[in-house]
Write a protein that binds this ligand. Structure first.
Ligand SMILES: Nc1nc2c(c(=O)[nH]1)N[C@@H](CNc1ccc(C(=O)N[C@@H](CCC(=O)N[C@@H](CCC(=O)N[C@@H](CCC(=O)O)C(=O)O)C(=O)O)C(=O)O)cc1)CN2
Ligand code: MET
Ligand SMILES: [Zn+2]
Length: 763
């Protein structure tokens, strides 16, 4: 994104029609060059290229190989506009010279177990492929070369590209079946890269950390036989995996003998070293990922150097590369921007720029001996020691409360049938109740006011008054829309996780620690540095105020313990289950305080519950589900039967995950669903799910307004699977990223669609 989220700003300015496409393209070029230089100056020997994307690197490959459904090609858009149309949808009225365009975005889902989202390759039956002319990996390589930097281009590998994709709506192709047709394009691309001067290329096959169906695993054989067969007419291949171990797929290495090097994540799974090293061919190189690409803790040099030295002993100096565990996309730009961090704590951190320097130091320590970097090693050992012994990480009161947690604390007072009838008496909701997921548009005006308040340019009272006015407006809009369960709109929150991080003990937070989440959207994950507790209520004031100005039920809005943990940078010195339980206890107090304040509908969002699921099935997964579900129940079970607990998930692939969602025992679930097939809802029928559900009826990631008919069709589909008295009507997720105009239009259509069915069913 750049040190000041430069790419976000340039992209959004382009989307808003404020700057021409050329400006955005030039800004991309400037950023690529800046980032190559940062790495060069840090002492990095092998610098990647083609890791820059205007929206998402998987979407880059979708366009690179021509996997573009016709609905995006038929409008005569420029390649960049076509690319953004796939990423975020496009809706624009006809002009004199151009016809109207109305296409939804391609599906966007979580990248492995991270909070980054990628655009899913969407294949059609009889899919054909076509390599883009002037392919971006080649263009970017040449651009760096011109600047005097020979880079290693990064490509997503063919097997991962296909396996991470899906069949388009109305199609049934199994993506991996298209491999034979895709491979010649990779061959062509590799040849072009070689001609441009690339000696090596990094090909990512991160799906090797998954449990793979046999067909997909077998696909590595033809794929890498073909790519490895090009000899000197292609660059040498570094095959990269990350976010897990590949021990369970180690036999795939047999198919990779034509590959020059294998990269593995030795931060997440250092123990895979032995197996991987033993499976390498006699010449093959190991790229050892020893600096964490997913967290912000300073690398423990002693440990990292031990790992690299172990590799050198086993394989020889020429066969080891020192690398970050994964791309540094998942860490903030630089610690140097953090002027407000307590220096004691800042000394524990390392962001992307610092990590690049760490890599150079580790490599130097091994190649030239520790004396060559003595000062750096000593300073690092001191930081490690200081953090381990700091009093800020320990809170006796928190530990004591955790030791007193009993199984009963995880149980609601009565079973669901009793609860729902109590709740219905109090809430008196119609059939097909309508609600929203919490946030309403975070306008420029809100952000600017908050920014002024943070900088001390307006007082706390002025800011509070401003927030009250926003809440009033949001309540009024909901009255006009005639929604059934209201929300206060979350105007006071910068982000649903950062906001809580800033109000809890045990957290540190940054001023510029932005990380891309999707497209131009970024987050500033707060950092768990010590034991967590709640010094004071966090949301009661705003919810209570909202409830006081409307007779409609007001839904309190909290972020659940797992989501708070997953979207923060967690501690690496205590198990995540311990951190989740601390968060749960803090949230439990908040839930009870909301109820005391007269808020009888409380939503505890857990959109990251699924993303936290360990990537492979087995014991780790079962354990996770137990403590994750427990933490939600601990957070929510403190209320009376008549208080309705909602939860929200913006993750659609819940079939493999159903029992965990059911085990939460939430009274009402709202789940992202609009881009998935309603058939997926069948799992709720098959498992006789007894409680209430609101599968999202429209996509909120796109500015596109769904028509009432479209929403009616969605609801009709849902009613094939869900009982009428079980179904809530809501959007896929919160509306904070949308503009007011489209929000009102979409919600009007949604409420009208709900009313249509209400009339139908009351006849
Ligand atoms: N943490 C997290 N992860 C999540 C989600 C989420 O909501 N939160 N949602 C899902 C989708 N991901 C998302 C990620 C980010 C955003 C998002 O809206 N991000 C905003 C930033 C939100 C924020 O932190 N806002 C701050 C800072 C805003 C800002 O940029 N202020 C300016 C000054 C004001 C101005 O001139 O605009 C500045 O600091 O320079 C605030 O409102 O206070 C953005 O990129 O634009 C939405 C969804 C999954 N993962
Ligand atoms: C990413 S889930 C978002 C839930 C939150 N309550 C919102 O509406 O923004
Ligand atoms: Zn959501």
């Amino acid at each position: 994104m750049g040190v000041n989220r430069d790419l976000k700003k340039a992209t959004e300015a382009y989307w808003a029609g404020k700057v021409p496409q050329d400006d955005l393209v030039a800004e991309g070029k400037r950023l690529r060059l800046e980032h190559w230089k940062i790495q060069k100056d840090a002492g990095i020997d092998i610098i990647p290229s083609n890791d820059f994307a205007f929206y998402d690197h998987v979407l880059d490959h979708i366009q690179l190989f021509g996997v573009v459904p016709e609905r995006y090609t038929k409008n005569n858009l420029t390649p960049l506009d076509q690319y953004f149309a796939m990423g975020r949808g496009l809706q624009r009225p006809a002009t004199d010279s151009t016809p109207a365009v109305d296409v939804p975005a391609l599906e966007m889902v979580k990248w492995f177990d991270s909070n980054y989202h990628y655009v899913k390759p969407t294949l059609q039956d009889n899919q054909t492929f076509k390599l883009a002319s002037n392919p971006k990996p080649v263009a970017d390589f040449l651009e760096a070369k011109e600047a005097g930097i020979i880079t290693r281009p990064v490509l997503l590998g063919p097997v991962s590209f296909l396996h991470l994709g899906k069949a388009d709506r109305g199609h049934s192709i199994e993506p991996i079946s298209a491999l034979d047709k895709l491979l010649p394009l990779y061959q062509d691309l590799l040849k072009q890269l070689k001609e441009a001067g690339a000696e090596t290329v990094q090909i990512d096959e991160p799906i090797l950390v998954f449990d793979l169906p046999k067909r997909v695993k077998d696909a590595f054989k033809p794929a890498y036989e073909k790519l490895g067969s090009l000899g000197s007419s292609a660059p040498k291949i570094v095959l990269a995996t990350y976010f897990g171990d590949i021990v369970h797929n180690i036999d795939v290495l047999d198919y990779l003998k034509g590959v020059y090097a294998i990269h593995v994540d030795l931060v997440r799974n250092p123990e895979q070293f032995e197996t991987v090293a033993a499976a390498l061919g006699p010449q093959q190189v190991l790229s050892a990922g020893v600096v964490d690409g997913r967290n912000i803790w300073k690398t423990n040099f002693k440990r990292a150097i031990e790992i690299v030295e172990g590799a050198v002993q086993k394989l020889g100096k020429d066969r080891v590369i020192v690398a970050s565990s994964s791309s540094l996309l998942h860490t903030p730009h630089t610690l140097a921007s953090e002027k407000k961090l307590d220096p004691e704590i800042a000394d524990w951190f390392s962001f992307a720029c610092e990590k690049a320097k760490e890599l150079a130091i580790i490599a130097k320590a091994v190649t030239e001996g520790p004396a060559s970097v003595r000062d750096a090693l000593e300073a690092n050992a001191k930081s490690m020691q200081a953090r381990a012994s700091s009093s800020r990480t320990n809170d006796q009161a928190v530990k004591e409360r955790q030791s007193k947690v009993t199984p009963e604390l995880h149980e609601r007072k009565s079973p669901f049938p009793i609860r729902i009838s109590e709740q219905q008496k109090r809430l008196n909701l119609p059939l097909f109740p309508t609600t929203t997921i919490g946030s309403f548009p975070q306008t420029k005006d809100i952000r600017v006011h908050r920014n002024k308040f943070t900088k001390g340019e307006i007082t706390a009272e002025e800011y509070e008054k401003f927030i009250e006015k926003e809440i009033e407006m949001v309540v009024k809009v909901q009255e006009e829309l005639d929604l059934d369960v209201f929300v206060h709109g979350e105007p006071e929150r910068n982000d649903m996780v950062q906001y809580f991080g800033e109000r809890l003990n045990g957290y540190a937070f940054t001023t510029h620690g932005w990380v891309q989440s999707y497209g131009s959207r970024c987050v500033r994950p707060p950092i768990v540095v010590g034991d967590i507790s709640r010094p004071a209520p966090m949301t009661v004031k705003e919810s209570k105020y909202a409830a006081s100005i409307s007779p409609k039920p007001m839904k309190g809005m909290l972020t659940g313990p797992i989501t708070c943990l997953r979207w923060s940078f967690p501690r690496d010195d205590v198990h995540q289950s311990v951190q989740a339980q601390q968060l749960a206890l803090a949230l439990r107090d908040e839930v009870v305080d909301l109820e005391k304040a007269g808020i009888y509908v409380i939503q505890v969002d857990e959109p990251a519950l699924r993303e936290g699921l360990p990537l492979r099935s087995g014991k780790e997964r079962t354990d996770y589900l137990k403590w994750a579900v427990d933490s939600f129940r601990l957070a929510t079970a403190g209320v009376e039967d008549g208080t309705q607990i909602h939860s929200h998930f913006c993750y659609s692939e819940f079939q493999d995950f159903f029992y965990a969602i059911a085990a939460l025992d939430a009274d009402v679930l709202s789940i992202e669903n609009s881009k998935s097939d309603a058939k997926l809802l069948k799992v709720f029928v098959d498992e006789a799910y007894p409680r209430h559900i609101g599968p999202g009826v429209y996509d909120i990631h796109s500015p596109r307004v769904p028509s009432e008919q479209e929403i009616r069709d969605r609801i009709a589909e849902m009613l094939q699977y869900l009982k009428p008295d079980q179904l809530w009507i809501d959007p896929d997720c919160g509306l904070k990223t949308r503009q007011w105009k489209e929000t009102k239009a979409a919600l009007t259509n949604m409420v009208n669609a709900a009313k249509f069915f209400r009339t139908q069913y009351s006849k």
